[in-house]
Design a protein around this ligand. Structure first.
Ligand SMILES: [Zn+2]
Length: 302
């Protein structure tokens, strides 16, 4: 019978100038030629004892593993630090590889950190499965991966978190996600509630005109406050506070408005959009000692 061999881990696959000395055979009978030293070094349990049965002194040995070829391919590419970009694995296969790595005593923290092939493969899955990746990150305390995943969860409502998901996330990662969503919501509200400052009165523009400006600002602020969430984009805010809405204001007011809008946009753009270990890290976006004005939403909506 013809031997099916991995296209990457074939018999001529060199590590430096060393030829393979071990063959791993997947459940579906694909042969992977590897270097025992390399795969032993990645595991703190000799692949859960698999490698003990075949001493290094043997010139070549074949070992049957319990993984299918696609799963084993991901594990070995991770160990050899080979890119997975050209390998279109499904999320299920990537997750199977992660589970197998844990079973074989291969450190996930070492192989799923920024820049590592498996980290990049999981980041590629984020647009379609952010919550699943966040759960996997939480289950294995992979903070950097959880950070990346959390960027894609800004639209989420905490009320949609089921008991099963909460259990998978655990207290710490559940709290960090809750903090991310609630703090961004709170910061957005505080930023947009604050109206532009009043300029010194002039013959054309005084307190009455400023009250009109405040009222117009409040009406606009209602949009992000009532319907905007943690995933509100800077572009959405810019469109909301369009200066065309202040055409009746004096030139100095318009200058103050434009400057204030740019400040709000700048602060919102620098508000953390990933989980933070410390909730106070979110507050850096707010002006120091900012006092939140009381906004009468009902009157502003008239
Ligand atoms: Zn004015």
């Amino acid at each position: 019978m013809t031997e099916t061999t991995s296209t990457v881990f074939h018999r001529y696959c060199l590590l430096g100038d060393e030829s393979p000395d071990t063959i791993l055979i997947s459940t579906d009978e694909v042969h992977f030629y590897v270097h025992r030293k390399q795969i032993m070094g990645a595991s703190d349990s000799l692949w859960a004892g698999l490698l003990i049965s075949s001493p290094e002194s043997l010139p070549s040995s074949s070992l049957h593993v319990t993984e299918y070829a696609p799963t084993l391919e991901i594990i070995l590419r991770s160990i050899y630090r080979l890119s997975l970009e050209d390998y279109s694995a499904t999320l299920e296969t990537v997750l199977a590889a992660i589970n197998a790595m844990k079973m074989h005593g291969i450190s996930l923290k070492s192989h799923i950190s920024p820049g590592m092939p498996l980290f990049n493969a999981l980041v590629d899955k984020l647009p379609s499965a952010p919550l699943e990746v966040y759960c996997v990150a939480a289950e294995n305390d992979l903070f950097e991966l959880a950070c990346e995943a959390s960027k894609y969860l800004l639209h989420m409502s905490m009320s949609s978190v089921t008991d099963v998901i909460a259990l998978r996330l655990g207290h710490l990662y559940l709290r960090m996600l809750f903090d991310l969503l609630s703090e961004r919501t709170r910061i957005l509200q505080r930023l947009v509630i604050q109206p532009p400052p009043q300029h010194p009165p002039t013959a054309l523009c005084g307190s009455d005109e400023y009250r009109g400006l405040q009222s117009a600002w409040s009406k606009m602020a209602c949009t992000p406050i009532l319907s905007g969430g943690p995933d509100t984009s800077v572009e959405m805010l810019r469109a909301t506070f369009n200066s065309d809405n202040f055409l009746n204001s004096c030139p100095t007011c318009v200058q103050f408005i434009n400057r204030h809008v740019e400040d709000v946009l700048s602060r919102w753009s620098t508000t953390p959009n990933t989980i933070c270990r410390n909730p106070m890290d979110f507050r850096v976006a707010l002006p120091s000692q900012q006092v939140t004005p009381q906004l009468d939403i009902s009157s502003a909506m008239v």
